[in-house]
Design a protein around this ligand. Structure first.
Ligand SMILES: C[S@@+](CC[C@H](N)C(=O)[O-])C[C@H]1O[C@@H](n2cnc3c(N)ncnc32)[C@H](O)[C@@H]1O
Length: 308
């Protein structure tokens, strides 16, 4: 990318930045990002099975990394309702997000932290696996935290809800109060969200390469903070819905360099999507879903073992 082109602002700058990142693939990816989001209706594992089964009649059902969902192809819709216990039955979301949340591989008994949790689709997935463990779902925005609380209350039975705590801290500062505290951390970071940007001409006009660079600085601060909060031997899933390389692999590369010997990347087995240097991207031009990027990072128990 020429310096000129790379530095351009507004929609022309946006085009130059992403064509440089994706080359010949960009026009197709761009078109896919402008198409309507393809979502599925994830089955709430806590909802009454016979009720869910009856309601699922007439839908195709697919398994996304061990989590089942109704496919909403060809304009199919499902009315969200409650079972006899008052639990909401389906949560409509992008299956790429399901795959990212499941990559955290939460096990019964784990202590889990979802650092940027609202509106809560991924927290629901994590809560399904904690067993006798606990989940802390954190969200800095008051408005979004209220939505998160409502989602958790709608979908989780009281015995599980009792193991979930909602907090409203600034995730970048978490490590000032608590370190080595969780087995699993999900960091679903605030990001460029190009799907949203492309659909908004007003926002696109204001775009500049600095936007993605500044977000990457914030994302690195969040990730470096998370590394201090996860227990040695514990794991972090870092994810974004951005397609900017600066906000994805580059954030992981910076962590591996600056915190050499403290963290390693866990190789992924591919459910959906394509490999990147450190993680996986699920992009809508090839899968119809996403975009999402995620990578799994393990905090090393003994820093000196990093070279092994
Ligand atoms: C990508 S969204 C999370 C989506 C969520 N994981 C889900 O699956 O529903 C990122 C969230 O992080 C929150 N956030 C941004 N900066 C934060 C910070 N410093 N600490 C905590 N939350 C933050 C935003 O308000 C936003 O709700």
């Amino acid at each position: 990318m020429g310096k000129d082109k790379a530095g351009r602002k507004g929609s022309a700058g946006f085009e130059a930045f992403y064509s440089a990142a994706f080359g010949e693939r960009w026009p197709d990816l761009r078109a896919a990002l402008l198409s309507p989001v393809r979502q599925v209706a994830r089955i709430n594992r806590f909802a009454e099975p016979t009720y869910v089964e009856a309601k699922s009649k007439g839908f195709s059902i697919a398994d996304f990394a061990g989590s089942w969902a109704l496919l909403l192809n060809e304009g199919k819709r499902v009315e969200i309702a409650t079972d006899e216990r008052g639990l909401s039955d389906f949560y409509v979301m992008d299956p790429a997000s399901i795959v990212a949340a499941r990559a955290l591989a939460v096990e019964p008994g784990d202590e889990v932290l979802d650092l940027c949790a609202a509106p809560g689709g991924k927290s629901l997935i994590l809560a399904e696996s904690i067993g006798e463990g606990r989940l802390v779902s954190n969200e800095i925005s008051d408005r979004r935290r209220a939505r998160l609380r409502a989602v958790l209350e709608d979908y989780l039975p009281s015995e599980v809800l009792g193991r979930v705590t909602v907090t409203g801290h600034d995730a970048t500062r978490w490590c000032l109060h608590e370190t080595d505290a969780y087995d699993r951390i999900l960091l679903d970071a605030p990001c460029s969200g190009e799907r949203h940007l492309l659909a908004s001409p007003e926002e696109l006009k204001l775009w500049s390469p600095a936007r993605s660079k500044n977000l990457a600085v914030r994302q690195y601060a969040l990730l470096a903070g998370a590394l201090a909060v996860v227990r040695p031997g514990g794991r972090i899933v870092y994810s974004t819905c951005s397609i900017s390389p600066l906000e994805n692999d580059a954030v992981i590369a910076r962590l591996l360099k600056k915190r050499e010997g403290e963290a390693r990347v866990i190789p992924l087995t591919f459910e959906m999507g394509e490999p990147t240097e450190y993680g996986c991207m699920i992009l809508p031009d090839r899968t119809g879903y996403g975009p999402i990027y995620f990578a799994v990072i393990e905090r090393l128990s003994h820093p000196e073992t990093s070279s092994s």
